[in-house]
Design a protein around this ligand. Structure first.
Ligand SMILES: [Zn+2]
Ligand SMILES: [Zn+2]
Length: 479
C-alpha cells in the first residue's frame, strides 16, 4: 500500500504541469456560475488527452460533464467545481487590490484550484487502475454553478451520483483540515409583484404599487425572523424595483429570497410561511404576486468513517514546503486582511489548536499553515449552504480543505484571486490531488472502509433524499 501511495504521489508530480496549467487557465477564464463554457472545453480537452471516457451535457446542462475510467465496483466519484465570482477580477501576484479587468470576474473562492486538483486525483487513480494495482471505477464530475446556482443539486435531481459507492471533494482554504459537521439546506425563490402604474402625484388613487408590496413583504419577513427555528435564516435582495422615477407608481417589482433551514423539511416549512407573507403584502397593496424557484440545496450529511480515511491521508501525504519568497508573498497578502479570522469556520473541534494557530498567525509568524489540523468528528452545524449537500444524500461523501492561501484569509476576496496562480496555490493543489487519490485508493483496496461508510450513511440518510428542487425548475442554459 505504501508503495502504491508513493506511486500515486509520483503520478501527481509527473502530471503537475497538466494540473496547474489547467488551474491557471480556468483562473484566466474566470467564468461565473453556469456560464463556464470555455472552462468546460479546457476540461474536456485534458480529460480526452488523458484517456477518460468523457460525457458532456449532463442532465441537459451545457457545463456539466464527467470523465470515467475503469470498470465495475467500487465506483468512486471525485467532485470538481470551476466557477468564478463577479466583481472579483484581480491581478495575480499583486499584494494590493488591483483590477485585472475593471468590474470583471475572479476566482475568489478558488474553484480554479478545486476542479484541477480533483481531476489530477482522478488521473492518478486511473494510472493505478491501468497498472492493475486498483480495481473499480473512478469518475471525475465537472460540477458547474456552485456559487449561487446549485449545479450539483440539479445533477442530483436528474439522476447523477446514484451509482457511486462514495464521493470525495475538497476546497481551497488556509489550512489542511478534514471538513466535518453539517451545513444548512437552502431554497432560493424570486417573488414578482405586479400592480398598476399611475402618475404618483396627479393620479395616485389609481396606482397600485408593486414596489410597496415588495417593501411590505420585507417588513413582514423581518417580523417573521423572531418566530422561526434557531437554525433557520432568511436573506433577500431586490432583483427589480420597477423604474427609477419616483413620480411613477411602479407597476412591477421583484425580490429574491434565500430561505435556509437545518434540513430541507425545515427550509420548506419556513418557505411556506414566507409565501404567506408575500400573499399578505399583495393583499395589502391590491397587487398580484407570483413566485418561482431559482434553486435549492440540501443540508450536508457528514460521514465520519470517510473523514477518518481522508485524515489519515492528509497526514500521510508529503506536506507542501514553501520557499522564503512564497512565505513573504503570503505575509504581504496577510498584512492586508482587515480582521483576523480563525483558520476555519469553527466547524471542526480542537479549539486549542485553532487558538494557537490564530495567535501565531496574528503575530505574523505563520503566513502559511503547512500542518494538518487534528481531526475530531463533529456534528457542528454551519449556517451556510453547499450543493455538496445533495451529493451527500445519495452516497457517502466527505470533504477537506488544503492550504492554498495565506492564513486567516477572508472568503470570496481579491486576496484569494491574487494568490490563485501562485506557487503556494499550486503546491496546495498538488497536495490536495494526492490526498484525494490516496483516499480513493484506500476505498478501492479496503472494502471494510466502504462498508463502514455505507453503514453510517444508511443511518444518516435513512429519511431518503428529498430534492429541494421542484421538477419544473431548470438550471440556467439547461435544455
Ligand atoms: Zn464560494
Ligand atoms: Zn467555493
Amino acid at each position: 500500500m505504501i508503495i502504491m501511495k508513493q506511486s500515486i504521489y509520483n503520478t501527481v508530480e509527473e502530471k503537475a504541469k497538466v494540473i496547474t496549467d489547467l488551474s491557471d487557465k480556468i483562473w484566466g477564464f474566470a467564468e461565473i456560475s453556469m456560464e463556464e463554457f470555455k472552462s468546460t472545453e479546457a476540461y474536456i480537452e485534458v480529460m480526452k488527452s488523458e484517456g477518460f471516457e468523457v460525457q458532456t451535457n449532463l442532465c441537459g446542462i451545457k457545463t456539466a460533464f464527467s470523465g470515467r475510467f475503469g470498470s465495475g465496483k467500487p465506483v468512486i466519484g471525485i467532485l470538481g467545481e470551476f466557477d468564478a465570482l463577479s466583481g472579483l477580477s484581480q491581478v495575480a501576484g499583486a499584494t494590493q487590490k488591483e483590477w485585472l479587468c475593471e468590474g470583471g470576474n475572479g476566482h475568489g473562492c478558488g474553484h480554479n484550484l478545486l476542479g484541477a486538483a480533483s481531476l489530477g486525483a482522478a488521473i492518478a487513480v486511473k494510472k493505478e487502475i491501468e497498472k492493475g494495482n486498483l480495481q473499480g471505477t473512478v469518475v471525475f464530475y465537472g460540477c458547474p454553478g456552485e456559487e449561487g446556482c446549485a449545479g450539483k443539486a440539479f445533477m442530483a435531481r436528474d439522476g447523477m451520483f446514484r451509482d457511486l459507492d462514495a464521493a470525495l471533494c475538497w476546497h481551497p482554504g488556509d489550512v489542511n483540515e478534514v471538513t466535518t459537521g453539517s451545513n444548512a439546506a437552502c431554497m432560493q425563490f424570486e417573488y414578482s409583484f405586479t400592480g398598476l402604474t399611475a402618475h404618483a402625484a396627479g393620479d395616485p388613487q389609481n396606482g397600485r404599487s408593486a414596489l410597496d408590496a415588495a417593501e411590505l413583504m420585507n417588513v413582514g419577513v423581518q417580523f417573521l425572523r423572531e418566530h422561526m427555528p434557531k437554525k433557520c435564516s432568511i436573506h433577500y435582495s431586490f432583483s427589480d424595483v420597477g423604474g427609477i422615477s419616483p413620480n411613477v407608481v411602479q407597476p412591477k417589482a421583484s425580490t429574491i429570497y434565500m430561505v435556509r433551514g437545518e434540513n430541507v423539511t425545515e427550509a420548506k416549512k419556513l418557505l411556506e410561511r414566507v409565501h404567506k407573507v408575500a400573499q399578505g403584502a399583495a393583499l395589502m397593496t391590491e397587487t398580484q404576486v407570483e413566485w418561482r424557484q431559482i434553486d435549492g440545496t440540501s443540508n450536508t450529511l457528514s460521514n465520519h468513517a470517510l473523514e477518518e480515511v481522508i485524515y489519515n491521508n492528509l497526514c500521510a501525504a508529503p506536506l507542501p514546503q514553501f520557499t522564503a519568497e512564497e512565505e513573504q508573498f503570503a505575509a504581504a497578502i496577510k498584512s492586508t486582511f482587515v480582521t483576523e479570522q480563525l483558520p476555519s469556520d469553527g466547524a471542526q473541534l480542537n479549539w486549542q489548536v485553532k487558538q494557537a494557530v490564530a495567535e501565531k498567525s496574528a503575530n505574523g509568524t505563520i503566513p502559511l499553515n503547512n500542518f494538518v489540523v487534528p481531526y475530531a468528528p463533529s456534528d457542528y452545524f454551519s449556517p451556510g449552504s453547499t450543493d455538496v449537500g445533495d451529493v451527500s444524500w445519495l452516497t457517502p461523501t466527505a470533504q477537506f480543505t488544503a492550504a492554498t492561501w495565506a492564513s486567516g484569509n477572508p472568503g470570496h476576496s481579491w486576496q484569494n484571486v491574487a494568490m490563485g496562480k501562485s506557487g503556494v496555490a499550486h503546491k496546495g493543489v498538488l497536495y490536495a490531488a494526492k490526498v484525494l487519490a490516496a483516499t480513493a485508493a484506500d476505498l478501492m483496496t479496503q472494502p471494510q472502509l466502504l462498508e463502514k461508510a455505507k453503514a453510517e450513511f444508511a443511518v444518516s440518510a435513512a429519511a431518503g433524499y428529498d430534492c429541494p428542487l421542484g421538477d419544473e425548475v431548470k438550471a440556467p442554459h439547461a435544455e
